[in-house]
Design a protein around this ligand. Sequence first.
Ligand code: C2G
Length: 161
Amino acid sequence: MTTVPTVPTVPTVPTVPTVPTVPTVPTVITFGTFDLFHIGHLNILERAKQLGTRLVVGVSSDALNFQKKNRYPHTNQTNRMRILSALSCVDDVFLEKSLELKAHYIREHGATLLVMGDDWEGKFDGMPCRVVYLPRTPSISTTELIERIVCSNQNVQSVLL
Ligand code: C2G
């Protein structure tokens, strides 16, 4: 009888970094692709919402993602927007079509605080509102998830062949 190797288990939920103490504002804005939605995405959205009354999310379009990363997201923009809209911590979503339009989106949505993960530290300092970079959730990313899935799929294939 063939034994199927065990698929490596997903590590337990990574430690959630704490939110810096800043006064809350009426509208917080954040941006991202949020492809293959995972716990790191949920953590930053929940922490962003804690900093204000309303959280608006700019979801990078499929085309913008291709420009940034030279590949299309696995989940298309319509479904990524639907997933984000369904979250209780998210009040509004819109499509982010260009990185150059960030200041315009911030004004359009009346946001006074921009929240991003600290992998973007210093990148948005010239924006027309305050910017807070929150620590990323460790040990999880869309790229790592894809690698883990491919690896476990290869393990299963090698047994079946
Ligand atoms: N994030 C996090 N912890 C992780 C992974 C992601 O806190 N383990 C945060 C990122 O720092 C980012 C948000 O989740 O603030 C969305 O991540 P991505 O979808 O990877 O965003 P990205 O494609 O980098 O787009 O204008 C949009 C920007 O270009 C961000």
